[in-house]
Design a binder for this molecule. Structure first.
Ligand code: GLN
Length: 390
């Protein structure tokens, strides 16, 4: 098939697909992925761009994503925009799949990308009605079936799915072996990733499902990065003599990651500068004695306003979380640095006496606005200060 045909007619004919929610709601549509069945928790994401980065964000393991932006597929996909080596989302739900991908960076249309990565996906769904339902009722289990469709079986599967609470997925998606990361952020001028030579700090990054753009930003900021598997002990990491430890984003319930909470407590005891993003922030909070809770429908999007509690400035942030640090019984040693302007939930914390910082949103964006990049600064400053102190 010629490239033009591939773009205009991504499949010979479109097969039927169905999305069934655990409350019995049924949406019929068309398959834009593989034939098959997928069962997971369903969430909605309000980002207007970045479907490829969303699909390849490991934090979406065991979730299927409905995108509220109606036209999906218009910019195609490319190798540079993957946030990891796989697609982790367990399904994709869209309103209108764009059969023509038009972008100078396009390498492969979304449908063949989905098929290549074994994703079940459905288009022609009333995603506005679906999102309204999820907002009112909260997250639910759901099943997508495509190709051969059996609504009764889909409903049974959706209702049997237990949900995310209590699930430790960080160690499932984590890397198997440690590795060095040596790549900066993407430069449109260079049409490629920056190669930064100057490395000032040795940082060990716990991979709970890390997004590549976090590593790239840390690389830009002068960090010599060693990425380690989720279950690496604190002793192993301390033996590497890091200037700081970074705790990544990742899927699942933070309270189930007891090994990571224990490692984090050891770093706090040893006064190693710590910085956690999303799951990493939640794990750090748990290590410090805070509690986490499951939210009604979470935060997923690239347009979430977050207030800096000190100076009352607002950041528009990228978000993807279903759990949050609870206000109740927050230890005295922690101060709240940021709150969501949507629902008031805790979005940032710091320890009052140690160099330990957590941010609930995704300051690396990808997709999303870049203004939250300043969130990396306190960690970098803490490592600078520690190296001055000796
Ligand atoms: N993006 C993330 O790191 C998500 C953290 C956690 N799994 C949550 O859903 O809240």
């Amino acid at each position: 098939m010629s490239k033009l045909n591939q773009i205009l007619f991504p499949s010979e004919h479109q097969k039927p697909a169905v999305l069934v929610l655990s409350d019995g709601t049924i949406y019929h549509g068309l398959s834009i992925g593989i034939d098959g069945k997928s069962v997971a928790e369903i969430v909605f994401n309000t980002a207007m761009t970045g479907y490829q980065e969303i699909l390849s964000d490991p934090s979406y393991a065991e979730q299927m994503v409905t995108l509220t932006y109606p036209h999906i597929g218009n910019t195609g996909t490319n190798a540079a925009d993957n946030e990891s080596a796989h697609v982790y989302a367990k399904g994709l739900i869209v309103r209108d799949y764009a059969k023509t991908a038009s972008n100078f960076r396009n390498e492969e249309n979304l449908q063949s990308y989905l098929i290549k990565h074994n994703v079940v996906a459905i288009s022609d769904v009333d995603t506005r009605a679906l999102t309204n339902k999820l907002r009112v009722h909260g997250s639910m289990s759901a099943c997508i079936m495509s190709g051969e469709v059996d609504v009764d079986e889909a409903l049974k599967s959706a209702q049997a799915y237990p949900g995310l609470a209590g699930l430790d997925l960080a160690k499932v998606v984590s890397c198997e072996q440690s590795y060095q990361w040596e790549e900066g952020t993407y430069s449109l001028e260079q049409i490629g990733f920056k190669q930064n030579q100057e490395k000032t700090f040795k940082v060990v990054c716990y991979d709970f499902g890390v997004k590549r753009n976090i590593l790239r930003i840390l690389d830009d900021l002068g960090c010599d990065l060693t990425v380690v598997p989720a279950e690496t002990s604190a002793e192993t990491v301390m033996a590497m003599k890091p200037d700081g430890v970074f705790l990544s984003n990742g899927p699942g319930d933070p309270a189930a990651c007891d090994y990571a909470i224990a490692a984090c407590q050891a770093f706090l005891q040893n006064k190693v500068p710590l910085f956690g993003i999303c799951l990493g922030h939640q794990i750090m909070a748990l290590a410090l004695g805070a509690k986490t809770m499951k939210m009604k429908f979470g935060h997923h999007g690239a347009n979430h306003p977050v207030e800096n509690c000190d100076n009352k400035t607002v950041l528009i942030t990228s978000q993807n979380h279903n759990f949050a640090v609870a206000d109740e019984n927050l230890p005295e040693t922690l101060s709240i640095t940021h709150r969501s302007l949507f629902d008031g939930s805790i979005q940032g914390i710091k320890h009052k006496h140690l160099n330990a910082y957590g941010f609930q949103g995704h300051p690396e964006a990808s997709p999303g606005p870049h203004e939250a990049k300043i969130i990396f600064e306190p960690f970098i400053q803490a490592m600078k200060q520690e190296s001055h102190n000796g």
